[in-house]
Ligand binder design. Structure first.
Ligand SMILES: NC(=O)c1ccc[n+]([C@@H]2O[C@H](COP(=O)([O-])OP(=O)(O)OC[C@H]3O[C@@H](n4cnc5c(N)ncnc54)[C@H](OP(=O)(O)O)[C@@H]3O)[C@@H](O)[C@H]2O)c1
Length: 319
């Protein structure tokens, strides 16, 4: 049996706790798939005394206790945001660790710095969980490298899909948003979701992979969902369509145009039927034709599935 591969978690919230639980409850499966034992060494969080359902992992407040631990081979960053996450990921590479993250904002904004740091350190940066959580669209995008993309289009944000599905049921935008916050779909400050930042980060990551160069999220045109009214949805439905918050990239001959915002979709389409955290991603390409992916795009367990897939891939190939 090959040597044990150590995992250190930075962040122990919704996603980090789900990773910790999965590592505790499916040790045998992870070992079989990685070809070596995986060990969750410790996790860092802001408040080490908080009650958590995290499989009894050792919790520390000191992120450097994890970054400097020689038993940690891969750092899983699930704190979110750019600070301190950016510096922590760079510090992990400097210490010769691999990095796995679900942090779409950081990957989208700091694409070059993170990839350069990974290259210099000869370590891997993986972020399958950053786009569409459990749906393996990052792996798919990498595998489509030989095909020229024409269009990428889909639902990349569960909160806006939930709100649109509530408008379908006759609720106003404000009522739908309040319900999304009550059920935990949306944050108390829903800006990142309803104003399109979250979708723009994810779309920028997909375009960057498909084009092999950084496409900055600021270059994605954003239209907020806030202007969408019940009357808009009722008039759409009378015409056999409805409204969903779409992310679209058109790969033209000269330039790539990217936008996120409310658009009409057929009522009976996958997008029109989607109601909650379901993400849908369509790729139109020259060689590979049209491919459609759909599945759980948020939630602790769905995101942990993608993170552990990345961890296993690294553990399998790392020495
Ligand atoms: N939730 C999802 O469904 C989902 C899906 C896909 C991707 N993501 C991404 O996954 C990442 C994490 O999301 P989440 O929902 O798990 O967030 P969360 O529940 O807010 O958890 C964040 C964690 O980071 C810890 N933390 C914050 N600042 C820290 C610091 N300076 N040092 C150490 N720990 C710190 C917090 O500690 P305390 O617990 O002590 O406060 C908490 O455990 C984000 O990038 C998010 O975009 C989330």
């Amino acid at each position: 049996m090959r040597a044990t591969f150590g995992v250190g978690l930075l962040g122990l919230g919704t996603v980090g706790s789900a990773v910790a639980r999965a590592m505790t409850t499916r040790t045998k499966r992870l070992e079989a798939m990685a070809g070596r034992p995986l060990r969750l060494v410790a996790a860092a969080a802001r408040d080490p005394k908080k009650q958590r359902d995290a499989g009894g992992v050792t919790v520390t407040q000191d992120v450097f206790a994890i970054l400097d631990d020689p038993d940690v081979h891969v750092v899983v960053e699930v704190i979110g945001g750019t600070s301190p996450a950016r510096d922590l990921q760079l510090a992990a590479f400097e210490r010769g660790k691999h990095v796995v993250t679900a942090n779409k904002e950081l990957v989208a904004k700091e694409w070059k710095a993170l990839h350069e740091a990974a290259r210099l350190a000869k370590r891997e940066l993986r972020f399958e969980a950053a786009v569409a959580a459990a749906v393996p669209v990052i792996a798919a995008t990498r595998q489509l490298a030989a095909s020229r993309p024409r269009v990428v289009r889909g639902l990349l944000n569960g909160t806006t899909t939930f709100i649109c599905s509530q408008l379908d049921r006759g609720r106003s935008f404000d009522e739908a948003l309040a319900e999304a916050i009550r059920l935990g779909y949306a944050e108390a400050d829903p800006t990142a979701d309803v104003d399109g930042y979250d979708s723009a980060y994810k779309l920028s990551i997909l375009i960057s992979l498909l084009e092999g160069r950084h496409f900055h999220p600021d270059d994605v045109r954003r239209t907020s969902l806030r202007g969408t009214t019940l009357a808009d949805v009722e008039s759409a439905r009378a015409r056999g369509v409805t409204i969903r918050y779409l992310a679209t990239a058109d790969f033209g001959e000269k330039a790539t145009r990217a936008r996120v915002g409310p658009e009409e979709v057929a009522l009976d389409s996958l997008e029109g039927q989607a109601a909650g955290t379901t993400n849908v991603v369509r790729f139109e390409t020259d060689l590979a034709g049209t491919l459609v992916f759909s599945g759980p795009g948020a939630g602790g367990d769905a995101t942990a599935s993608a993170i552990l897939g990345d961890v296993i891939a690294i553990a399998r190939s790392a020495r």
